[in-house]
Design a protein around this ligand. Structure first.
Ligand SMILES: [Zn+2]
Length: 242
């Protein structure tokens, strides 16, 4: 007989989200144990074989506040504040508050972003500046790439999209997430090529990818940029929140 048996149970937590609990029925376990895996945030429940999975799920129900607390801490936020380290164009930079008037300025040599004004306005001023930088960088790239194809863009907007990095609408408006300005330049270059290619090919077929590749800067590796977004992209959403 197998020492362990694995089953999965779905459970709706009191935040309204249904999560899957992986239950391990173990002949060795002496007590019920909950473990949260640190990477994927999976919930693992180990129960002695003498206990029914239903009883195990009752334990999950009782411990749900504790579980939700653990899950929320897995994705720590990085609020905008004096002294924080913020990636800017893929490079870790220090945010430094400086009293007195002035615009936000970036010192490339010291890798410092200086934010002037009252400290309570720092988060808003930093966010406005990042959005402006994102718009300048992505607009320049998009316009140049569209020009290559003999196309014009109607409008470029910068948003805080939760689920995507960019989009292209049928009326030739391109939208990008401001968070891309935190990523390495080759990632911005890939996203601009991707959205501009959609001006001509509104799909992800072979022609679309050929067109995207033809719009990349020589040092941009499309697969590397895609891999970066897949592996590191989630981290970019932790900036600017508690
Ligand atoms: Zn696309």
């Amino acid at each position: 007989m197998a020492k362990e048996q694995l089953i999965e149970e779905a459970f709706v937590f009191h935040d309204g989200v249904e999560r899957t609990v992986a239950i391990k029925l173990s002949s060795r376990a002496r007590r019920i144990q909950i473990k949260i895996d640190h990477h994927g945030g999976g919930i693992h429940l180990t129960i002695p074989k003498s206990i029914s999975p239903a009883k195990g799920m009752e334990f999950i129900k009782k411990q749900q506040s504790w579980i939700l607390g653990k899950l929320s801490r897995l994705e720590d936020g990085h609020p905008f504040e004096n002294g924080m380290i913020l990636p800017f164009k893929g490079r870790p930079c220090r945010v430094v508050h400086s009293p007195g008037r002035g615009l936000v300025s970036f010192n490339s040599q010291d890798a410092e972003i200086q934010v002037h004004g009252q400290i309570e306005h720092l988060p808003r001023r930093l966010l406005d500046w990042l959005k402006k930088q994102a718009k300048a960088d992505l607009s320049a790239r998009s316009v140049a790439k569209a020009h290559k194809l003999g196309l014009t863009i109607k409008q470029i907007t910068i948003r805080d999209q939760k689920t995507r990095w960019g989009s292209c609408s049928s009326n030739k408006t391109l939208s990008y997430s401001w968070r891309l300005i935190l990523a390495p330049p080759t990632v911005l270059d890939y996203m601009a090529a991707h959205e501009v290619a959609h001006l001509k090919e509104m799909n992800h077929g072979p022609n679309f990818w050929r067109l995207t590749d033809s719009l990349l800067e020589p040092n941009t590796d499309r697969e590397e940029a895609q891999r970066w977004l897949k592996n590191e992209g989630r981290r970019l959403f932790s900036y600017g929140r508690d």
